[in-house]
Design a binder for this molecule. Structure first.
Ligand SMILES: [Zn+2]
Length: 83
């Protein structure tokens, strides 16, 4: 087997900025009308434009918005958060 070692690797500049959906689906009314706003360093406000759901949710700065959203939806489904 021929293995070519030491091939010059091209520098790949990775762009970590993910394109997040701006509007998410609401676990309460099911419409794609939910937005997650970072209201402070460690809190996010989850708001739905259709059913007027407003929930403050802990969101440490280093966490991705989408992770916070996923966790929130999960907790709603498990009944840990009443909406
Ligand atoms: Zn809603």
């Amino acid at each position: 087997m021929l293995v070519i070692m030491g091939r010059k690797r091209r520098k790949v500049i990775k762009v970590f900025k993910k394109t997040l959906p701006k509007i998410l689906s609401c676990p309460k009314c099911g419409n794609i009308s939910l937005i997650l706003e970072r209201s402070s360093e460690d809190t996010a406000t989850i708001k739905c434009g259709m059913c007027k759901l407003i929930v403050k949710y802990p969101a440490p700065k280093r966490r991705e918005t989408i992770d916070v959203y996923n966790e929130f939806v999960d907790k709603v489904h498990r009944g840990e958060i009443q909406i």
